[in-house]
Design a protein around this ligand. Sequence first.
Ligand code: KG4
Ligand code: ZN
Length: 325
Amino acid sequence: MKYTLAIETSCDDTSISILHGIDLISLKTFSQIKDHQKFGGVIPEVASRLHSKYIFLVIKEAIADAAIELKDIDRIAVTGGPGMVNTLQVGITIAKTLSLILGVPLYDIDHIEAHAYSPFINQSINSIPNKAIILIASGGHTELLLKENWDLKVLGRTKDDSIGEAYDKVAKTFGYKYPGGMILDRIASKTTEFEVEAPITRLKNYDFSYSGLKSFVILKNKNKFKPEAIIKGFQNAAIKQLILKVEKAVKEFNIKNVFVGGGVSANSLLRSELGKIKDINLYLPKLKYTGDNAAMIGYLAVLKIRNKLIKESDLKIDADPRREL
Ligand code: KG4
Ligand code: ZN
């Protein structure tokens, strides 16, 4: 069985995984969050420098944890996009270097497609249903996909902010550190305050929009209402928009399987509301695989290689920051 080393540097996590066959045997991630908090968000220049600084140490740790040596690696997988161009380039350059020096094939993996299969990490290929509706909710993306065999078709996506971005911006106006999604989730779930009702955006098709809700919440009179009540109203409206689209797609396409991925798939209300949708088979990632991680990159690479769905990349591949499925 082959060893795959996977690299993910599309945003602010320097993440390296090692798989033996389809099994994840090591995952090491250096999160840069603390370094970006003082700026209130991710600064691409700072992020790419930190990736360059730490990636070699993260690779060393991942190899040590897998109890193998670098020369044992049989193939390299790397996130090619979408993401931030400078940070993607760091991962891609290391991936090409390793491929060249070790004389092993290189595979370019799509970040969104990898989130889509994150519920199945460490499971066999046979456990993945052929047809599914897939919700990707993260800091960079809010998309609904239709899976038929190995094809993913985009049904709709956000017209403006992603849901994670809306969470982070709302959190910032309440004085919470970046990224604020998890903290708002915690506050909203714990509060017993009566919520300040926020409008649920309802675009006709499968598209999403979060800037109206974000502005509504940011402009709400903070002297008149308790922050917890506003945050609870925001979370209810933000999550409801996702639920309505998933329900619509399940019905319209008559598909029972629903996969979810991305940082916001850690959200407690999203998880419980999805759980209430009748007659669906819900596939959620483990919490540790909701955010950006190289386990999902390595897993998708092995899936694609085993199903002959991917060609080896050449050493000219470049970052593809705005790649769409
Ligand atoms: O997938 P991810 O790690 O990075 C991107 O590819 O964007 O997602 C990060 C996003 C951030 O916006 C963060 O605030 C949000 O996921 N997030 C949450 C929760 N945990 C993380 N949003 C809402 N509720 C959560 N529990
Ligand atoms: Zn992501």
